[in-house]
Design a protein around this ligand. Structure first.
Ligand code: FAD
Length: 333
């Protein structure tokens, strides 16, 4: 994730983080574009469990009350009005009441469906990815993360995690992954001849691996709020349609929702007329605009088996002026 998150939560510095200031992207026919940052922005790689723990503890230290081992599954309703949520716990069913309910339970949110704000994701909205942490001799530059766009809609990545370790993975739409098989796609990626020759030279030990779905067709603009209800993060599709990054986008959506909720509490008005300010909050408005461009860019990149991206990166290799433009497209903040 970007160093902007570290600026928001400097406590992250305490974790074992790897800082990376550059990136190298490849098109399907292996033309490449590399950027090394000279400003003070960078990317950080952090263990997800450590990060989630830290963020949760920051919330608790600020006064949030934590109800661990509670799985929300439905709303508490009275005369059609949502008064709170019901959860399953080791001690049985519990109910929690609130003036405003913020759904933050990720892409598989049960409550988003129950709220009728959105239906289940359609397969076309979902990508799947397989990733692993591996160890072995390699020729990776520890100051770069690598992205390999494919000829189909998807990409593979390698993030170095120190001298011998790296995080490697690939993902694509469910439609493509079901035809090719995700495990096979992953094996093809790590055994790709170019990658073997240039980066991953020896046998590798798998420390951990897993496969995950992600909804990446943009923000669900019609599913962001209703009476005393707000949806943030993956619940509402705050995930970059090209890279699948969603941590800082989720945080910005959360910040916007919190500001709108505070205002509604002050006004003592939790109706959708007040909560609609969330959709128009500058952070959310900006993300909606950016995501729309990214969706158009994604379609353009992958047209005709990645032809446009191939041509862009090939031209950027040979034309310095065009290279600057391409860098702005890929790495603009
Ligand atoms: C393989 C993979 C790699 C990724 N890599 C990156 C990356 O490098 N950078 C980046 O920025 N983003 C990345 N993302 C996306 C990023 O993980 C998400 O966009 C981000 O975590 C969304 O945050 P969230 O809080 O909305 O949802 P989540 O992080 O999914 O959090 C939801 C929380 O709700 C809890 N929960 C779920 N159901 C219930 C329930 N019924 N009751 C109570 N609690 C519940 C879960 O336990 C979880 O703690 C990646 C995603 C995947 C799948």
């Amino acid at each position: 994730m970007s160093s902007e998150i570290v600026a928001l939560y400097p406590e992250i510095e305490k974790l074992n983080i790897a800082r990376i200031t550059g990136s190298k992207i490849y098109s399907a026919n292996l033309h490449s574009l590399e950027r090394r940052r000279t400003d003070n922005l960078y990317s950080v790689i952090v263990d997800r469990l450590d990060f989630d723990d830290l963020i949760r503890n920051i919330a608790v230290n600020k006064g949030a009350e934590l109800f661990d081992k509670n799985l929300s599954y439905d709303f508490v309703k009275k005369e059609g009005k949502k008064l709170g949520v019901k959860t399953k716990t080791p001690e049985g069913i519990k109910e929690y009441y609130g003036k405003i309910i913020i759904l933050a339970d990720g892409m598989s949110s049960k409550l988003a469906i129950k709220s009728e704000l959105r239906s289940k994701w359609e397969l076309k909205d979902i990508t799947v990815s397989k990733c692993a942490i591996m160890e072995g001799e390699n020729k990776l530059d520890y100051d770069l993360f690598y992205v390999f766009f494919q000829s189909y809609m998807g990409y593979g990545w390698i993030f170095p995690l120190g001298k011998k370790r790296f995080n490697i993975g690939c993902g694509s739409t469910t439609e493509i992954a079901s035809k090719v098989n995700l495990n096979k796609m992953f094996d093809n990626f790590i055994n790709n001849q170019y990658i073997k020759t240039h980066y991953l030279t020896s046998d590798y030990k798998t420390i951990w691996s897993g496969s995950y779905p992600l909804a990446i067709n943009g923000i669900l603009e019609k599913s962001l709020f209703s009476d005393n209800l707000l949806c943030i993060g993956d619940v509402a599709g705050f995930v970059s349609p090209i890279t699948g990054e969603g941590i800082h986008q989720s945080m910005y959506s959360a910040k916007a929702a919190a500001e709108v909720a505070v205002n509604a509490l002050e006004k003592e008005d939790y109706s959708k007329d007040t909560l609609k300010a969330y959709r128009n909050h500058p952070e959310v408005k900006n993300l909606r605009r950016v995501f729309k461009s990214l969706l158009r860019l994604r379609d353009f990149f992958f047209e005709e088996n990645g032809k446009n991206l191939n041509e862009m990166l090939e031209r950027a290799e040979n034309d310095l002026e065009y290279r600057e433009k391409a860098l702005n497209i890929f790495f603009a903040k």
